[in-house]
Ligand binder design. Structure first.
Ligand code: G6P
Length: 610
């Protein structure tokens, strides 16, 4: 989704801004732009539709310079993908603005500003920020005060950076609902929507909090809270790998990230899982006392993270004797729901910045939950900072828009949460010990499963000309079927639906023919015989099946069924293991179809607007 980079320095910042935008490309966008203020006080702007490369080419063809600048990658929300709608937006060639989020009352503001004589050149909500700040600065003659006055009039979400040609020694930034991080340099300072953008120039970061407005000069940073009080915000040193953005020889980030899973799952387990299990304090300071009280878990998440939550529900109820509900964040936040006594709210998110998940957490905190826990991959993210407890998945930076290693590390964390809660809720010792053993074997099992690559590549050939597909699973494999279908549609644009296979006869059987491949996940568990009956229902209707099965499940390939044997594993970790072949399948189908695997059309990595 939209990305912001800004800089105020002594040197020309064009390359810093471009490199920052490139590092944010993975988030998804459709146009890019940059505005620069040079030492003679000239304000210039270059914008292009398409990739950052188009913008870089334009800036190399028509070079411009500036020691202060703001840049943006836009993912269209209000107004189509046009150069006029791309950021930065100007007011009278004086005020320049980049913005992430949505100003919900922009139509009213637009009317008011038009009445005051401002002319609009785009269809965006962002342009109202530029004109409103311009209006306010004309009234109060101070850019900082003007921004503080303007943000009070916005409804909605914003992370915004503002330059004023008449006030070239500072940039003003403001955040509410969209993240912003200040990068601290020596004699220069930076701003971005994600620290990844700034890693080549600094490792020292200050995260702004909700409602903050900050004034950034080359040598100072002053932060004011929502009430306008001067406040201190912590500065932290980032330990994110500088080169986390490298593909390490793989053709795509997604493939690299699929292959990293044994390592990152091992990292996520390390120091947290011992021979005797997990201690509740792995979820943060004081979590032992909190988890001991919990009798119900409410999980909230979006996209792939929602699927890991759905899987956890099976685990928590089956193994830990704790009741659990799971809901999509955008639904949860707009309906009245019931809070059970002694309930824990668990949010799951790779980025920790998904607008709906964050809003759902904030709502839940007002509703009387005992405590909140974030399962998240980004330290310092809003979700982590606003939760009582946090479990960091150690997946490392995930660049591919289609989530892979974040999902399997989330599942690893959730299985550890199952162990921790099971301890206080009569989990039988034999169940506990089996899960501990299974988790210890997980990294090696993942390595063995990745060895299926060649067979899956061949299988992918049979999918590439298909328009539709059906994924089937039962029990804790149903969410895995959903995740497999999501991966296929995200990156290969093939319509894919997932069904709990017991539901087949209630509708989807009508779709079955030899043009609709049916993918089945079939570990050797207590539901195997039921699943086999469902497979026969498909076969009887001429369906063609691709079955990922445990060898002991005894499926045999024939002309209607292709069987790929998945290494045998303990039942508790089977959802994690069976995810791998489905990721590989979607990846190789996308390769054959020639789609943009790492940045699929219309999608964004981090959805910071609702
Ligand atoms: C977007 C991404 C998905 C991700 C979802 C939730 O849709 O493209 O890959 O699963 O957001 O993101 P989160 O960061 O909260 O896990």
């Amino acid at each position: 989704m939209c990305g912001i980079v800004g800089a105020i320095a002594e040197r020309n910042v064009v390359e810093i801004l471009l490199e920052g935008l490139k590092r944010l490309e993975y988030r998804g966008y459709d146009s890019a732009g940059v505005a620069l203020l040079d030492s003679d006080g000239n304000l210039t702007r270059t914008r292009r539709i398409g990739k950052v490369k188009e913008l870089a080419d334009a800036l190399h063809q028509y070079p411009v310079k500036g020691a202060t600048g703001i840049a943006h990658t836009r993912w269209a929300t209000h107004g189509g993908v046009t150069e006029a709608n791309a950021h930065p937006h100007f007011s009278s060639e004086r005020i320049a603005v980049v913005h992430n989020g949505i100003i919900e009352n922009y139509q009213q503001l637009r009317q008011d500003l038009t009445a005051k004589g401002y002319g609009f050149t785009s269809d965006t909500d962002t342009e109202t920020i530029a004109h409103l700040v311009h209006w306010e600065v004309d009234q109060c003659k101070d850019l900082l005060t003007a921004v503080q006055r303007a943000v009070k009039q916005f409804h909605g979400a914003y992370g915004t950076v503002i330059m004023d040609k008449e006030d070239p020694e500072r940039i003003i930034v403001a955040r509410s609902g969209s993240p912003l991080v200040i990068g601290l340099g020596i004699g220069e300072n930076f701003i971005a929507s994600d620290q990844m953008a700034l890693l080549p120039v600094t490792r020292r970061f200050m995260y702004l909090e909700e409602g903050d407005v900050a004034e950034i000069t080359r040598t100072s940073i002053k932060v004011y809270d929502r009430q306008g009080r001067l406040v201190e915000r912590d500065v932290s040193e980032s330990d994110v790998e500088h080169d986390a953005g490298d593909k390490a020889g793989y053709r795509h980030y997604m493939l690299k990230e699929i292959h990293e899973q044994p390592t990152v799952v091992r990292n996520t387990l390390a120091g947290r899982l011992s021979e005797s299990g997990v201690s509740a304090n792995i979820f943060g300071h004081g979590s032992e006392d909190i988890l001991a009280k919990i009798k119900h878990v409410q999980i909230i998440a979006c996209g792939t993270s929602y699927h890991s939550g759905m899987t956890a529900r099976y685990w928590l109820e089956q193994y830990a004797n704790v009741s659990c509900n799971v809901e999509i964040a955008s639904e949860f936040r707009y309906r009245k729901s019931f809070v059970h006594p002694n309930s824990l709210i668990v949010t799951i998110s790779q980025s920790g910045e998904t607008a709906d998940t964050l809003a759902a957490l904030r709502l839940a905190k007002e509703q009387g939950y005992t405590a909140s826990l974030a399962i998240c991959n980004v330290p310092g993210s809003s979700l982590v900072r606003e939760s009582d407890m946090a479990f960091m998945t150690l997946a490392g930076a995930e660049i591919g828009v289609a989530s892979t290693k974040a999902f399997t590390t989330q599942l690893t964390g959730l299985l550890m949460l199952t162990l921790a809660l099971g301890k206080y809720n009569a989990m039988p010792k034999i169940v506990h010990d089996d899960i501990v053993k299974a988790l210890h074997s997980l990294p090696t099992k993942l390595e063995e499963t990745l060895a299926l690559t060649q067979g899956i590549k061949e299988l992918a050939e049979e999918f590439a000309d298909k328009q539709h597909s059906l994924f089937l699973g039962r029990g804790d494999q149903y969410p895995i079927a959903m995740e497999g279908a999501l991966k296929l549609k995200e990156i290969s644009y093939i319509h894919a639906e997932a069904y709990a296979s017991g539901e087949l006869k209630h509708g989807p059987l009508a779709l079955i023919d030899d043009e609709m491949p049916v993918i089945v996940v079939a570990p050797n568990n207590e539901l195997l015989e039921k699943l086999k009956s469902n497979v026969e229902e498909v076969r009887a209707r001429g369906g063609i099946m691709y079955v990922f099965a445990d060898k002991q499940a005894n499926f045999k390939s024939d002309k209607t069924m292709r069987v790929i044997n998945v290494p045998h594993c303990e039942a508790a970790i089977a959802p994690i293991i069976y995810t791998i072949p489905l990721q590989l399948l979607s990846y190789y189908v996308a390769i054959i179809k020639g789609t943009d695997v790492d940045q699929p059309r219309n999608l964004a990595k981090s959805v910071t607007v609702e």
